[in-house]
Design a protein around this ligand. Sequence first.
Ligand SMILES: [Zn+2]
Length: 313
Amino acid sequence: MTMNDTTLSVGPLQADPGTKTRGTVRAELGTLTVEIPVTLINGVRPGPRVVITAGVHGGEFTPIDAAARLIALLEPAEVHGQVIICPVANPNAVYQGRLNISPVDGVNINRVFPGDPDGSPTERLAAWLFSHLVDGADVYVDLHCGGIDQVLRDFVGYRLTGDPDLDKATAALAGSFGIEDVILGLKPDGGNSHAAAARRGISAVLVEVGSLGQRDAATARRRVDGLCRALRHLGVLDPNDSAPAPIREWVWSAGVTAEATGLWYPEFSFDGDVIGEVAEGDVLGRIVDPADGREHLVHAPARRADLLRNARS
Ligand SMILES: [Zn+2]
C-alpha cells in the first residue's frame, strides 16, 4: 500500500503523516493581529487535500459547531489524504457579535476573496486565508448557515468555471452532501471564497445548513453527516453502504436588495415545493416601515429558478 510521507503545514503548525495537530496560526493584518484556529489531519494513506472553513461570517454558529465536531471525529489512521479545518476563519466578526460584516472595518469578507495583502484588515485576512489555507487545496468546502437574522433553506452552491473536468467534479461533490437543493452560478466571478477558489482550479462548494443562527443538535448532526458523506465521496473516508440522496439542481438567477427600511413580512414559506412556484413579478413579501407605517411591496425580479434536472440521484 502506498503511504503518504508528506508533512502537512500551515505557518508554523505541522502534522506528520498519521497525526492530528490542533493550534492557532497568527495572521498580521496591518493594524491588528489575529490568531486563526487551524487543525491539520494528515492521513497515513495518500489522497486529496481538503480544506474546510467555518466562521467566515459572524452570526453563523452551526458551521463552527460542525467543524469542531468533525475535528473530533476524524482520525488520521482513517483518512486518505489531508484535511485542514479552520473552524473560526474570521474571529473578530464571530466573537464580537457581528453578522456579515467585520466590526474591524465594516467589510463583508465573503465579497473580497482572494483578498488584498495590502488592503484593509478584512481584505488582508481574506488574502491570508486564501494563501495559507485555500490555495493548494484540491477541494475547498466553505461552511455557512442562515445567520441570526436569516431564514434559510439548506443548499449547496458552486460555480461553473468552463473547465469541463473541474465542473463535473464539483457538480458531483455538490451532490454528495445529501442536501436536496444544489444551486449553481454560471460564472466564477465575485469575491465569495468558493468562487475565488474555483477560479484557481480548485473544486469548491459553499454549504449552507441551518437557519436563524439556531445551533441545535439535530442541525449539527445533519451538517456533520453531510460532511462525512462528501468525504466518503472524495475517497478521504472509506465508503459505507449509505445510498446517495436525490438532489435537484437550480441556476442562480437573481437576488433582491431592500429599497426601504423596516420589518420584512414574507408572502411565501419554505415548506414543500412552494419555492418552485415563484413567477417574475410575483409579490415575495412586504417591508413595513415602523416609522410611518408605509408598506413597500417586493416583487420577484425573475421567473422561478431554472430547474435543470429533477430528483437526479
Ligand atoms: Zn455566511
